[in-house]
Design a protein around this ligand. Structure first.
Ligand SMILES: [Zn+2]
Length: 229
């Protein structure tokens, strides 16, 4: 074999090794077992406190999409959520179906909630979850113009339908639908959330055993959670 052929062979081998190495790194990153737990419609005096205690006990963080009307009633709980390192997102002031509102009414719902959040914890959230996941083209254009990032979910558990579910079902459904990089939606406010609270330790324990790490939505999407002041 002459020198040039030998050189080409070595270069080819190095290239092949590097390709395999970088492909496997990329795949590993894509399949990283991270998951984001999210809670809507709070804060609620009883259930939010219970959810926070479970998160703290497990040393993990979640994302809370709060409603201005609930924040007004329980500002101390929003402060507690934020101080514990959880991420806060905007979920409107009064939970309307935004697909039925004008652009100016949508803006009012978001701004009113933002003002309530800012008054309480002095940040302006960027993450926004539309009530019922409903956001028309007009709604999407409006929230984008206002600087929000729309976040829905990969899986929404029907914990809001308390009469048709159980804590076992809630845990089972979340665990079955978990996948790397998923956003899981639950509720800590807006009704009786006892079953969600009961399911939470099972969900966290099982997902941990299955190799998952818990991240906030902003960590997952690699976006800043709050607007610069
Ligand atoms: Zn909601």
């Amino acid at each position: 074999m002459n020198k040039i052929k030998y050189f080409r062979l070595i270069c080819g081998l190095i290239l092949a090794v590097l390709t395999v190495f970088f492909t496997s790194c990329y795949a590993a990153d894509n399949e990283k077992k991270v998951i984001a737990l999210t809670f809507d419609d709070g804060p609620h005096l009883k259930y939010t406190e219970e959810v926070l205690n479970i998160l703290k006990k497990n040393n993990i963080h979640a994302t809370f999409f709060v409603m201005g009307g609930s924040v007004r009633n329980h500002p101390e709980l929003l402060k507690e959520e934020f101080a514990a390192g959880n991420v806060i997102g905007n979920h409107t002031y009064s939970h309307p179906n935004l697909s039925k509102l004008t652009s100016s009414a949508i803006g009012q719902e978001l701004n009113k909630n933002d003002a309530m959040i800012y008054k309480t914890i002095h940040v302006h959230p960027i993450l926004f979850r539309p009530p019922y996941g409903a956001c028309s083209e007009l709604c999407t254009a409006t929230i984008t113009k206002l600087g929000y990032k729309k976040v829905t979910w990969h899986f929404l558990v029907n914990d809001w339908d308390v009469n048709k579910t159980s804590s076992e079902k809630i845990a089972d459904q979340i665990i079955k639908n978990a996948k790397p990089g998923a956003i899981m939606a639950m509720h800590d406010g807006g009704g009786n959330r006892e079953k969600t609270v009961q399911a939470l330790p099972v969900i966290i324990d099982t997902l941990k055993k299955n190799g998952y790490q818990f991240v906030t939505v902003s960590e997952l999407l690699k976006v800043s959670p709050y607007r610069a002041p």
